[in-house]
Design a protein around this ligand. Structure first.
Ligand SMILES: Nc1nc2c(c(=O)[nH]1)N[C@H]1C(S)=C(S)[C@@H](COP(=O)(O)O)O[C@H]1N2
Ligand SMILES: [Mo]
Length: 443
């Protein structure tokens, strides 16, 4: 996407004085600017010394002033208080939705307490019986419908353990301009835990897929927000090819432990690389279908994106959209929090994070501290296995004291890189993956 032209160039301080939230939304599509004294103090510092100010694109709102609340700088985010969970940033209370700030995601394998939370309905009552007696049904276009307890599943099918990234389809939504409906995620609706379970394809093979088996539909035990027992909270489905992928798991354990209740105990789907909404929690039933599934969360503009770009902000019924499948390339920086103040005289900074790209891998990660004028290549490690995220690391030079932004940008195995601005706007805000950035202050 092109930088905005046709607007008069304005100085940084002037832009800041004017209407930073609006400027922010116009340029970066980020909201939640300018809350709290810490941020104001940093703003003053920003005006004072910006070593690469010459290279700042006109109209750019500094990350220090523009980052969404979830990045945890300055504002007063509403923090989660739940047993077994870190203080994640609450984006919604009903249904409960909570984001993990990037700098809390530094572990190679995401620990349970730092795993983001996304619900569409109520959190069900914990299962009262023995988890091994929980029943999962496989029905529809199969020769032999199955109703298996988890105990039977563990006995009959090989258990596999994989590191798998699971990302909400709306991750990055907060970067869209104009704003779209839904939770305004930053980049923190991502996880890469170690999942143990059986392959969905083994269960489907046992049931015997009919010739007509083309799509899945997923059901869970969580009640709809309305409490109506006949309405699923969410029920999505996918092409049978993805159901047969060796990494699509019916998961029984997370990081070697029983799955925490809020994350779908005692059993959930893990459909890595595709929108997290397919990874049904509290899984009760998988329906095999001849036609695309039609549960809540399917069709229209739900988890669907335009094939031909539409006018940002326009209305659209999504009829010509396609389902979002493999998620786009994205990177996070995990060892330095946005808004960190470094000691005066600091001249270099080791940075690291993760990058991933749905079903693809990450070919490169680049870093810039001069607003994208020059880029340097970071090291990128191989994934632990297919569908695991990849560690990147590098060191940036900070030539003098002052305000810096570290920009980081991943490129996938097809050569697609994170764009400068979120593209392919759509009404429900899927697939926003612009170049990421954090602000640091030296001195
Ligand atoms: N039963 C059920 N499964 C669900 C959901 C839900 O609301 N109910 N939300 C989905 C969405 S949109 C996402 S992104 C992931 C989030 O999983 P988590 O809460 O364990 O992070 O679960 C998916 N599975
Ligand atoms: Mo999601």
């Amino acid at each position: 996407m092109k930088p905005r032209t046709g607007r008069p160039e304005r100085g940084l301080l002037e832009l800041y004085r004017d209407d930073p939230e609006r400027a922010d939304a116009l340029v970066w599509g980020r909201r939640g600017a300018l809350r709290g004294a810490a941020l104001a103090a940093m703003g003053a510092a920003v005006g004072a010394a910006i070593p690469f100010a010459r290279r700042m694109p006109p109209g750019l709102v500094p990350a220090a002033l523009a980052q969404p609340a979830a990045s945890g700088s300055g504002g007063q985010p509403n923090l989660l208080r739940m047993e077994g969970k870190a203080p994640l940033v609450i984006l919604g209370e009903r249904p409960l939705v909570a984001e993990t700030p990037e700098h809390m995601l530094d572990d190679e394998v995401t620990p349970a307490d730092k795993f983001f939370i996304r619900n569409n309905g109520q959190i069900p009552e914990p299962f009262a019986g023995d988890p091994k007696s929980w029943t999962l049904r496989i029905e529809g276009e199969v020769n032999t419908p199955l109703a298996l307890t988890l105990g039977e599943i563990e006995q009959r099918f090989p258990l596999v353990t994989r590191r798998l990234q699971m990302e909400c389809g709306g991750n990055g939504r907060g970067f869209f301009s104009p704003e779209t409906r839904g939770n305004q995620w930053g980049n923190g609706a991502i996880s890469c835990a170690e999942w143990t379970g059986v392959r969905l394809r083994d269960l489907l093979q046992a049931a015997g897929l009919k010739e007509s088996a083309r799509f899945t539909g997923h059901y869970g035990a969580d009640p709809h927000l309305s409490g109506d027992p006949n309405r699923p909270a969410i029920s999505r489905g996918m092409r049978i090819e993805k159901a047969l992928d060796e990494d699509t798991l019916v998961a029984l354990r997370m990081n070697g432990q029983p799955i925490p209740h809020v994350h779908g105990a005692p059993v959930r789907l893990i459909v890595p690389g595709w929108p997290g909404s397919l990874s049904q929690k509290w899984l009760t039933r998988i329906l095999i279908r001849a036609t695309p599934h039609d549960g809540p969360g399917m069709g229209g503009t739900s988890y669907r994106v335009p094939v031909r770009p539409i006018v940002p902000g326009s209305r659209n019924d999504g009829r010509d959209f396609v389902d979002l499948e493999s998620m786009p390339v994205r990177s996070i920086l995990t060892n330095v929090a946005h808004g960190t103040r470094l000691p005066a005289g600091t001249r270099g900074l080791d940075v690291r994070g993760f990058a991933w790209a749905g079903d693809k891998t990450v070919r490169a990660v680049h870093l810039s501290v001069d607003y994208g004028a020059t880029w340097q290549e970071a090291r990128v490690a191989e994934p632990a296995n297919r569908h695991a995220w990849q560690r990147w690391s590098g060191r940036v030079a900070l030539p003098t004291d002052g305000y810096y932004e570290i920009w980081y940008r991943a490129t996938d195995s097809d050569g697609r890189m994170q764009p400068h601005v979120a593209g392919n706007w759509n009404p429900q805000g899927y697939g926003a993956n612009p170049i990421s950035r954090i602000a640091v202050l030296v001195g």
